[in-house]
Design a protein around this ligand. Sequence first.
Ligand SMILES: [Zn+2]
Length: 174
Amino acid sequence: MRKIDKVIIHCSDTWRGFPLLPQHLGQWHKERGFAPAGKCLTEGVDPAVGYHFYINRDGIESPLRPLEEAGIHCKGHNHNSIGICMEGGGLYEAKHKLQRNLKEYREKIGIKTIYQTVIRTAFLLDQFGLDSSNVFGHGELQLNKKDTCPYLDMNAFRVMVKVFLENLRRSKND
Ligand SMILES: [Zn+2]
């Protein structure tokens, strides 16, 4: 296994009017020329898909790249990280260009999606002996990005992960 010291959280930047399948992600990443993994863990998804997990609006998870293989999701951090993509966070149709940068025109990531992402993240941290300080939002690592994927309060997210991880580790010692 490669050395992993980060879990990086993304959003798909799509919105409710367009239910995003993991197959779409695979197709998009293939079109962008991403180097394919040896295989994809969800049947029918192109192995060019850059994330390790995708969690949709209903909280349903699709494993994508094998963890042994580096993903393609956060420049400069791919070799030692795991990438999780949550569905949502995209823009509603805003009338004016100015509105497009306003928070209220973004779909909030759904609570089912967040919960499942917290759970998956905590299990990964446990597996690799990490803690909640090893969790980052994409935008926290690529500050030159004009947006701030995953459009989520990452401090609140880390608190949820910390609580879940503590309970997970405690339950193993009972
Ligand atoms: Zn991202």
